[in-house]
Design a protein. Structure first.
Length: 478
């Protein structure tokens, strides 16, 4: 097994005339002669040419779509179109059979909805192998970006007793017997008998714990799974997803915006440089998929152009109030084309508003700042006007908000007043407040939904197609 050479390596630097061993899965077998093999290392398949007269017919019959195969032979220049080299097979071995009558991935186009039903096999398709190679590249680029800048990666807890967002949309965990839940004298659930002795949930964010790390290590980031029990069936929401959350001490909102813009450009540039073949494939796929859609429902620009657009342009920065005025006076709002009309200051902007600002008005990525305090979380720093907080959202074409962040409220008295106002219990959060009691300082951070970033870079229309095994209301398969 150790002598195996990956197909990608053979296409990049394989020596014609050398004996090679390839292992992978059969995509097609034509004319009892031409085997198309893919091993997941790249988009291309390697053509292996077998002289069926030199092999047992019973073995040839086992070369079926989906079968795992090992081929040994000479790497030669290809006589056909579509590939530079191919293998003249001297020997092959079927490592794992695949019944062609039952194998669900036949050599034809399958809908994304069907492939979600067989998510355990969809890695083997061109579309999903490309997506998950890009997902890996994005993961690596994020870690490299922060590591090169001197950030420390910390692992925030998945089990928590606090709700960082104050939204209450949390999954509860328990070891109590749900068929016989212990109760207190006043009829409440007796959590003292539970594993942790108190109500606990799985986390919606690692931000609060990241703040603790930043106020000692200066620059930290988390990259881990988060969970929202939000009964949403949109193409942009998951119940389980991954978040990147940097936190930086001695930083304000402007520093935060600079870091977010630099990170996004770095990651996109990395993918353009290292995933060109997969991105070109996904761009062609998207163009073909959207041919049947009305012009207004198509992507505003081709995938590669969209990615270049984001790294070639400085992000426009403006306040929520400035954006509100633009939206209120826009044609779609005046002609009542928006689903959610913009009339009163303080409205929570929707995806349609965010995309209008990016795609129609500025035609550049946008960072909105200084949101009304009523629509933002308790930990965001209060501005001097008493009405807005030092928050920021980064908006991208085709997707709207992709990053949300803020300068954090470092003043103990202001923070506790805000917690009282939003009914966040101070006693349960005393550990968090200690960072404001002992050596507080200005600090800032943001959260980036990893799957939304991968969705943006791959051009996929549904977020369920950029995570291996999506979790959403009514679905926890595999």
């Amino acid at each position: 097994m150790a002598k195996r050479t990956k197909i990608k390596a053979l296409f990049e630097n394989g020596q014609v005339g050398s004996e090679v061993t390839v292992m992978g899965w059969v995509r097609t077998f034509r004319n009892n002669q031409f085997i198309a093999i893919n091993d997941g290392s790249c988009l291309k398949t390697m053509q292996a040419v077998v002289d069926f007269e030199n092999f047992d017919a019973s073995q040839i019959k086992r070369i079926t779509t989906g079968a795992a195969i090992k081929v040994v032979g000479e790497l030669v220049e290809s006589q056909g179109k579509g590939q530079t080299v191919e293998i003249q097979v001297s020997n092959f071995e079927i490592l794992g059979d695949s019944d062609p009558e039952k194998y669900p991935l036949q050599p034809k186009r399958h809908s994304l909805e069907f492939l979600r039903e067989i998510a355990h096999l969809r890695f083997r398709t061109n579309t999903f192998s490309a997506i998950f190679r890009i997902r890996h590249a994005v993961t690596f680029a994020i870690h490299k970006f922060f590591s090169d800048k001197g950030f420390v990666n910390i692992h925030s807890p998945i089990i928590t007793g606090s709700d960082a967002e104050g939204a209450g949309e949390m999954f509860q965990i328990t070891t109590l017997n749900l068929k016989d839940v212990p109760k207190t004298d006043d009829g409440e659930v007796d959590f003292k008998q539970d594993f942790f002795g108190k109500p606990t949930n799985i986390t919606v964010s690692g931000q609060l714990q990241a703040e603790l790390g930043a106020l000692a290590l200066s620059e930290v980031y988390t990259f881990g799974p988060t969970f929202r029990a939000e009964n949403s069936h949109t193409s942009r929401h998951l119940a389980e997803f991954w978040m990147i959350e940097p936190e930086v001490a001695f930083a304000d909102l402007n520093d935060n915006m600079d870091l977010a813009e630099e990170m996004m450009k770095y990651v996109i540039r990395y993918c353009l440089d290292h995933c060109a073949e997969d991105l070109e494939f996904l761009q062609t796929r998207l163009i073909n998929e959207e041919k049947s859609k009305p012009e207004k429902d198509r992507s505003p620009m081709p995938l590669l152009e969209k990615l270049s657009f984001c790294i070639d342009n400085d992000f426009v920065r403006l306040t929520y109030t400035e954006a509100f005025d633009i939206l209120r006076n826009s044609k779609p709002n005046k002609k009542k084309k928006f689903k959610f009309l913009i009339n009163e200051w303080g409205a929570d902007l929707q995806s349609e508003h965010e995309r209008y600002l990016v795609e129609k008005h500025f035609k550049k990525p946008v960072i909105l700042t200084d949101y009304p305090k009523e629509i933002k979380a308790f930990y965001m720093r209060m501005n001097d006007d008493g009405k807005t907080v030092a928050a920021m959202d980064v908006l991208f074409p085709g997707i709207g908000e992709i990053i949300g962040g803020s300068q954090r409220e470092e003043r103990l008295d202001v923070l506790t007043a805000r917690m009282d106002e939003m009914h966040v219990p101070q006693e349960e959060m005393s550990w968090f407040l200690d960072t404001r009691r002992f050596g507080t300082c200005p600090h800032a951070g943001y959260g980036l939904g990893f799957e939304r970033l991968v969705q943006f870079i791959t051009g996929m229309s549904n977020i369920r197609d950029v995570i291996p095994f999506p979790r959403y209301p009514g679905n926890a398969e595999f």
